[in-house]
Design a protein around this ligand. Sequence first.
Ligand code: PHE
Length: 450
Amino acid sequence: MNQTSRDGFSSRFGIFAAVIGSAIGLGNIWRFPYMVGENGGAAFLIVYCAFVLIIGIPAMLSEFIIGRRGQGNSYRSFKQLAPQKPWYWIGLVGIFAAFIILTFYSVITGWTLEYVAIALKDVFSSSTVVQDPAQVFEHFHTQALKPLIWQIVTMLISAIVIMLGVRKGIESSAKILMPLLFICLAILAVKTLTLPGSVEGLRFLFSPDFSKINSGVILKALGQAVFSLSVGMGCLITYGSYIRKDVNMSRTAFSVAIADLLIAVLAGIVIFPALFSFGMAPEQGPGLVFVVFPGIFQQMIGGVYFALLFFMLVAIAGITSIISLLEVIVVYFVEEFKLKRVFATLVAATLACGLGAFSTLSFGPLKHVKIFNQSIFDNSDFLASNILLPLGAFFVVVFLGWFYDINQIKDELGNQGTLKMRLFPVFMFIIRYVAPIAILLVFLKGLNIF
Ligand code: PHE
C-alpha cells in the first residue's frame, strides 16, 4: 500500500473526535467515578490528574510518533522504525491485546444495547410494569442467546463503520457521536444535580480523603490513566499513522487527555448525586450501571427518557472504543495479508465474536468453567488490562526513549522543525525514566508480585 492511497483523518477535529472516541469508554462512565469514590475522592483525582499529565500524555505522544513516522499498522510501524530488530513484537502483542479486549468489551457494550432496547420499549408502551432491576439483570445476562445476539449486533455496528474506512467511517461517525455523547452527559448532569440531596454525592466525589492514599491506590490511578487513554495496545499507533504531517500532535494528545478527564469527572457528577439522592450505596462492577441505575430511573419523574439517554450514552462510549480496537486488527490484516478492507473486517469481527462468545457465556452456561479460579471473562480482562496493556505501554516508551534516534523523534514531534519544542527535554526525561518506572510498578502490582 503506497503512501498516497493510504486513508487518513481529514481534519483536526476529526482526529480529535476519533481519538477521544477510543479513549472515552466504559472505563470513564462507571469505572472512573467508582474508583474516585472508593479511593479518597478528590485525593485520588489529584493523583490521577498527575498521572495523566506526566505519563498518559507522553505515552500517547510516543504512540502517535511511532505511528506517524512508521505510516503503518502497529506491527509495520515498528518494522519501519527498527527494521533489523525484534521491536515489532510489541506491535504484534498490541494487536493481540486489542483482540482480547474486543472479546470482553463487546460483552458489556452488548448489554447496554439490551438496556437501550428496554428503555425504548418503556418509552413507547403506555403502561410500564415495574420490575426489580436486580432480577431483570440477573435473568438477562445469564442467558445464552440474547447477550450473544447483542454482542454480535455491537460488533456488526462497529464493523460497518470500519468498512466505510478511516475518513468516511471512523472520523465521520466520531464527529457525530462524540458531541452527542457530550450532550447526553450534560443533560443527565443537569438532571442529577437538581435532585434533592445531590450535594451529598458531590461532596463524596470531590472532598479529598488523603488517608485513603497508599501505594495500591496510586498504582490503581496509574492503571486507570493508561487504560482510559487507550495506551499500550497499538490503538494510538494505528490512529497516529492517519494523522496528517502538519498536525500538532502534542496539542492533540493534550486536548484528548483533558477531554477524557473532563468526561470522566462529568460521569462522576452524573452518577454520585443520583446514587446519594436515592440512598443507594456505590458498588463496583456491572451492577452499578445495570442494576442501580435502572432502579434510580424507576423512581425519577420522566425516568424512562433519562434511562434511554443514559444507556445510549454508555453504548456510544462502548462502540466508539470497539471501533478503535477493531481498526487495529483490520488494518493489520489489510496491510500484511493484502486482504480487502471489507473482508478483513468480517474476518476480525467474526473471530472476535467467536472467541467473545465464551466471555458472554461465562456469565451463564459457562459460569462453572474456571481458569486460575476466575471466569473466562475475568481472565480475558486480567490478561489484557493487567498484563498485555502495561507491558505494551512500557515497551513503547522504552523503545522511543532508549532505542530510537532522538533527532528523528524531534523531527516528527516538531513537524520537521516548524513547531517550537520547549518541553521536548521534559518529554524525553519522562519517556526515559519516569514513565517506564511507573508503568513497571503497575505491572508488578497487577501480577501481585508485591
Ligand atoms: N479507553 C477505553 C475506556 O476507557 C478502553 C479502551 C482501551 C478502548 C484500549 C480502546 C483501546 O473504556
